[in-house]
Write a protein that binds this ligand. Structure first.
Ligand SMILES: Nc1ncnc2c1ncn2[C@@H]1O[C@H](COP(=O)(O)OP(=O)(O)OP(=O)(O)O)[C@@H](O)[C@H]1O
Length: 260
């Protein structure tokens, strides 16, 4: 298995604060990771480096075999699918859902003058189908519910057939039904061997889908624990990560947490 992400001693400083502090972490092809940690732990910052949107202040970040700082990131980005709240805010409310997905083939947000081949259209429809929103293809993004928007964004992230899929809090802000159905859909993607390497950020162990193989626990910019999920997501590690005594349970492929 080759490495899709290889971070060595990655530190990121902004405004005098160490957002990430000496993070070493690698993701191999075929692995599905969850990054877990409290607010402000540095999860989004780490994902933004993996997405090539930020560069480390020091240390070495290698993504898909290319070292950040020594590669044209515009060549790398089409190989990386990303969903994040910041990206969602940039999607025009009047954009058709089909175009939200299709425009990813050109790495743009919002239709301009690009023209699409039949193959682009059929891939976009196939992804809308896979995310269970084929009936929304002609709707505008601004009219979708939060859950539907999240699904459209994941379809968009997969449009360019990426080698790395980064999902920043894909189920945040959804009601119980919306969360459970989307966790199930992401679980199907994670469990599919033909899916790309996947990294998912969340605050909640209940939102970890089936199929996730590894976990990285972050606190105050540093790694608390990292490795195969069964040995990493222990009550001790998660308690240290969130700074309070917690019991972690694992039942039928899903995780739960309660304070003790
Ligand atoms: N440009 C910046 N300048 C200074 N501090 C920043 C900057 N960007 C982020 N931070 C701080 O860095 C820390 C890590 O932020 P980050 O968004 O990566 O955390 P997170 O784990 O994703 O948090 P959350 O779960 O709340 O989304 C936070 O304390 C945040 O306020």
């Amino acid at each position: 298995m080759s490495d899709v992400i290889e971070f060595t001693d990655v530190t990121l400083v902004r405004a005098g604060h160490r957002l990430l502090d000496g993070v070493s972490w690698s993701v191999a092809d075929g692995q599905r990771w969850v990054i877990l940690g409290p607010n402000g732990a540095g999860k989004t910052t780490l994902l933004q480096i993996a997405a090539t949107n930020m560069h480390p202040t020091s240390g070495r970040a290698v993504v898909l075999g290319e070292t950040l700082g020594a590669v044209d990131v515009f060549e790398l980005r089409p190989l990386i699918g990303l969903t994040s709240a910041a990206l969602a805010e940039r999607i025009p409310a009047r954009e058709r859902v089909l175009d939200v997905v299709r425009t990813a083939a050109y790495g743009v947000l919002g239709r301009w003058r690009e023209s699409y081949e039949d193959v682009d259209d059929s891939r976009a429809y196939q992804l809308l189908d896979r995310l269970e929103i084929p009936h929304l293809a002609e709707r505008t993004f601004g009219t979708l519910s939060e859950g539907e928007r999240k699904r459209a964004q994941i379809a968009r992230a997969m449009m360019s057939d990426p080698e790395l899929l980064l999902l920043d809090e894909p189920t945040a802000g959804l009601d119980l039904g919306g969360r459970e159905t989307l966790v199930a859909t992401v679980g199907e993607i994670a469990s599919d061997p033909s899916s790309p390497a996947l990294v998912l950020v969340t605050h909640h162990v209940e939102e970890i889908p089936r199929g996730i193989t590894h976990a990285l626990l972050l606190r105050e910019g540093g790694v608390v624990a990292a490795g195969p999920i069964e040995t990493t997501l222990t009550s001790d590690n998660v308690s240290s990560c969130f700074g309070l005594p917690l019991h972690i349970g694992h039942d039928n492929g899903r995780w739960n947490a309660r304070a003790i």
